[in-house]
Design a protein around this ligand. Structure first.
Ligand code: FMN
Length: 206
């Protein structure tokens, strides 16, 4: 597909048909992730491709059975969950459970040393390296999701997985931070292209 058409027609798809995803397509998707730009070319990622049904289910169950209610966006001054957000952790676990393949995205934390270190740091600029790691990781994840769509596949970025980060890290033997999980499969339904909301979001300075 032409690039702009890929961008315009991509949607998050949360259910997939039971059809195996060819290895050649997965390799292309991973290559797209590896080709992403990154701050100081740090390439702060590891991609763990999981096809093993048992491991996918084990991981999904961690989210389905999650008792963590603190994972939604919260107000940094009060620590309280922002109004209007309700937990989608269990639903996200359900999506993962039925996926033929998932890619786990790990931050190798070359600048920040990881979330825990940033949280505990007494220096306000400790967040800077972490921010650039995350922008780089976002570029890689979006490259992969667009590549999947171009190959006739669908995906959805799942950050809810962070709610059970420690358990998932242990299960997959991750050393860095868990960033997101990208389930991939042939779509079980079609979603309409998005309507663009640009109101108040774009400003030109001429
Ligand atoms: C950083 C990020 C985290 C997300 N986490 C989740 C998630 O945990 N579970 C889920 O179902 N969707 C998740 N999504 C998908 C969003 O809900 C989706 O992108 C949004 O509703 C817009 O829909 P679209 O992707 O079809 O344009 C996430 C998307 C992004 C970019």
């Amino acid at each position: 597909m032409e690039l702009f058409k890929v961008i315009k027609t991509r949607r998050s798809i949360r259910a997939y048909i039971k059809r195996a995803v060819p290895v050649s397509k997965i390799k292309k998707i991973i290559e797209a992730g590896l080709l992403a730009p990154s701050s100081k070319n740090s390439q702060p990622w590891n991609f763990i491709v999981i096809e093993n049904k048992k491991v996918i289910e084990q991981l999904a169950e961690l989210l389905i059975n999650s008792l963590n209610t603190e994972a939604e966006p919260s107000d940094p001054t009060t620590g309280k969950i922002k109004k209007g957000y309700k937990s989608s952790i269990k639903a996200s676990g359900g999506i993962i459970k039925e996926s033929p393949i998932i890619i786990v995205i790990e931050n190798t934390c070359p600048f920040s040393g990881g979330r825990r270190k940033v949280r505990l740091s007494k220096f306000s600029n400790a967040i800077n390296g972490h921010d650039s790691e995350f922008v780089s990781l976002g570029a890689a994840i979006q490259n992969m999701s667009l590549a999947a769509h171009d190959l006739g596949l669908s995906s959805v970025i799942i950050c809810d997985a962070i709610a059970e980060e420690e358990k998932i890290k242990k299960l997959l033997k991750l050393k860095g931070d868990l960033v997101a999980i990208l389930p991939i499969g042939y779509p079980a339904y079609k979603a309409k292209p998005k309507t663009v909301n640009s109101s108040g979001k774009v400003r030109f300075i001429k």
